[in-house]
Design a protein around this ligand. Structure first.
Ligand SMILES: [Zn+2]
Length: 306
């Protein structure tokens, strides 16, 4: 099992999960989620059903909470309107004393008869916390017979995680984008360029600094830092590989004016909105100089030794 992040298209997630990468269903993942994550997923499915796409467009996740020594409880859950315009309603009957041994049998999730009143009863007791997790697929509402289990109950795994939607929903890995433009799966924390997921530049100026460095490195891969003059429009005036200054002249050095100009533009765009605190946060180092009072050294992380 690996720890990663998963989502369904761009519409649901990302959520932290553990999963076995080899355990696939039609190419989709079988993630296991903590109860806290399941609660967040539950709130999101209900929000989507209520406000965005309706109950027939998304199965809703439900988490019922109680105590191991609670008397049975009854929960009433609404699911929009059926195709004849009648309210869809289920009653979930939980026998809390059965939850540990047999979560499936502990919860009866039944269609409530139209028009019939269902009395909800709250869980009680003071014993250990317990939860029942189930999914209601409202799209299948008309196929469910009265008295038949209407929801899919999930039992926790050995770590108390729930494999909600595993082997039925289209779970995929969430990607993260490196500042260099490559994307990789969430658990692949090091990019081919050598930057890790955690070391990604965060501010617009830090991102621009990294991009400017990449631009210079397209022609001089050995470049590690540059001096930028902010006296007028920002301009890269010197480029270094370690302590060695690289020739920035158009016809003799590794650079051409287009590439240097591209690096300048990347920095200028980000500098428009930047103040001195942003310069410091992006690692810009003021270099005292007699001619220009506004000379800064920017450094680029060393490329990975791949
Ligand atoms: Zn990268």
């Amino acid at each position: 099992m690996i720890e990663t992040r998963v989502c369904i298209d761009d519409t649901f997630g990302p959520y932290d999960a553990k999963l076995d990468p080899a355990n696939l269903w039609n190419g989709f993942l079988a993630p296991h989620f903590t109860l806290d994550t399941v609660k967040r997923m539950s709130a999101r499915t209900i929000e989507m059903a209520e406000e965005e796409c309706g109950y027939t467009a998304i199965p809703t996740i439900h988490v019922l909470e109680g105590r191991a020594d609670s008397p049975s409880s009854v929960h009433v859950i609404d699911g929009g309107l059926d195709r004849d315009g009648h309210p869809r309603r289920i009653s979930a009957h939980v026998r809390w004393e059965l939850v540990d041994q047999n979560p499936d049998r502990a919860a009866s999730i039944l269609k409530a008869q139209p028009g019939a009143e269902v009395d909800a009863t709250e869980p009680a007791g003071e014993g250990e916390y317990r939860a029942v997790v189930f999914v209601m697929d409202w799209q299948c509402w008309d196929d469910v017979e009265p008295g038949e289990q209407a929801g899919g109950v999930y039992a926790p795994d050995d770590e108390g995680r729930y494999a909600v939607g595993a082997w039925s929903w289209c779970w995929s890995y969430t990607s993260w984008w490196c500042v260099c433009g490559r994307d990789q799966y969430w658990h692949e924390t090091e990019c081919l360029c050598g930057l890790t997921r955690g070391a990604q530049p965060k501010t617009p100026l830090a991102i621009a600094t990294e991009r400017a460095g990449q631009t210079l490195r397209t022609l001089a891969p050995e470049a590690t830092s540059a001096l930028v003059d902010l006296t007028d429009l920002a301009r890269v005036c010197e480029v270094y590989a370690g302590d060695t200054e690289l020739d920035t002249a158009d016809d003799t050095g590794p650079f051409d004016t287009e590439t240097l100009g591209a690096a300048d533009r990347i920095l200028r765009d980000a500098l428009d909105d930047a103040d001195s605190a942003d310069l410091e946060a992006a690692g810009w180092e003021h270099v005292p100089d007699e001619e220009s009072a506004r000379l800064y050294r920017i450094t680029f992380p060393a490329p990975a030794a791949h």
